[in-house]
Design a protein around this ligand. Structure first.
Ligand SMILES: Nc1ncnc2c1ncn2[C@@H]1O[C@H](COP(=O)(O)OP(=O)(O)OP(=O)(O)O)[C@@H](O)[C@H]1O
Ligand SMILES: [Mg+2]
Length: 306
């Protein structure tokens, strides 16, 4: 399974979510988990895990000129605490961009896709910011799921709104994940006209953990939410939950009016010649009162996915 994770702007926690999903993936003992850092802005994982950047994305990209074997990617990874494998990108943006361009323009995206097609593999790709013309697009478009992470301040939501429809068409299963202490989930869903797959609490201490191994670490609010998210992503898509109805449509002032769609609409999937566009998977998430969610401790008590 290939899950592409990305954002539109403002560092909402893509790298944090991607690595934590791998660490907390269900049936971890039976699943080879690979975090591929496909961020053209340069990698963070080598520094965060104290790893050399080689082997990594650059060496794998170079190897794709010689090999057609998907399993070759594992030769360029590092095993980290918790049992995940990491394919770190070079920290320098120029090198990361160049490596990603080689992967995307050659057989590399097919090799990654092939590695992820193994039923015992969960490949989580940190695609960074999904700017127009990002070289990660070719790989993200072949993913089973695109997990778009967005903060919930008006400026963050306004940027997310501008790309939502386009990005939703990239994969069969687009999902929107909210973070931060801005607008309440219900207001965001109503303003964007789409359901979300969940909401992560603001937890700087939990986010800074590079190892989630002890039971106490797994019980933290952020880890519990990401574990629930991993279970939802690993399972077949659920019936989409309708967007909350009621209230004024422009609940988030920063979202341009043309992005506001009828309540009850779903995030449109890619166009299909024979069937209506498939909506994203959206497991039931706990409803939140229509209010500003500045007190994240309140929302942190709720489990958005179950
Ligand atoms: N849920 C959270 N609560 C609090 N802090 C968080 C949370 N998630 C991430 N952070 C912190 O925010 C910062 C940015 O996180 P991260 O690097 O994961 O974002 P990103 O979206 O990958 O950014 P970039 O686009 O720059 O790669 C880090 O310091 C991280 O520890
Ligand atoms: Mg990142």
């Amino acid at each position: 399974m290939l899950i592409a994770v990305g954002s539109v702007k403002a560092a909402p926690g893509v790298t944090t979510v991607t690595t934590a999903l791998a660490a907390l993936w269900p049936e971890a003992q039976h699943t080879r988990r690979l975090v591929a850092e496909l961020d053209p802005s340069g990698g963070d994982l080598a520094v965060r895990y104290g790893l050399p950047a080689t082997p990594g994305l650059a060496s794998f990209a170079a190897s794709t000129r010689r090999t057609r074997e998907p399993a070759a990617v594992w030769d360029h990874t590092h095993l980290v605490s918790g049992g995940s494998h990491v394919l770190p990108a070079p920290p320098a943006a120029a090198q990361a961009h160049a490596a990603l361009t080689i992967l995307a323009s050659g057989p590399g995206s097919s090799l990654l896709h092939g590695a992820a097609a193994n039923p015992g593999v969960a490949l989580l790709a940190d695609c960074g910011r999904l700017d127009p013309a990002t070289p990660a697009e070719a790989i993200a478009r072949r993913a089973d799921v695109l997990l778009l992470v967005s903060g919930t301040r008006p400026d963050e939501l306004a940027h997310t709104a501008t790309r939502l429809v386009e990005l939703a068409a990239w994969t069969p299963r687009p999902c929107l994940l909210l973070t931060g202490t801005g607008h309440a989930t219900r207001d965001v869903e109503r303003a964007l006209g789409v359901p979300t797959i969940g909401r992560l609490p603001h937890d700087p201490t939990g986010a800074a953990l590079t190892r989630i191994t002890s039971p106490a670490q797994r019980r933290r609010g952020l880890a519990r939410r990401i574990a629930a998210l991993a279970r939802a992503l690993a399972a077949p898509p659920a019936t989409p939950r309708p967007t909350p109805a009621g209230g004024p449509p422009a609940a988030v002032p920063g979202v341009p009016p043309q992005q506001v769609r009828t309540a009850g609409a779903s995030l449109p999937g890619p166009p299909s010649p024979s069937a209506p566009a498939s909506p994203p998977s959206a497991p039931p998430s706990a409803g939140e009162p229509a209010r500003r969610d500045d007190q994240h401790s309140t929302s942190a008590r709720k489990e958005p996915l179950s």
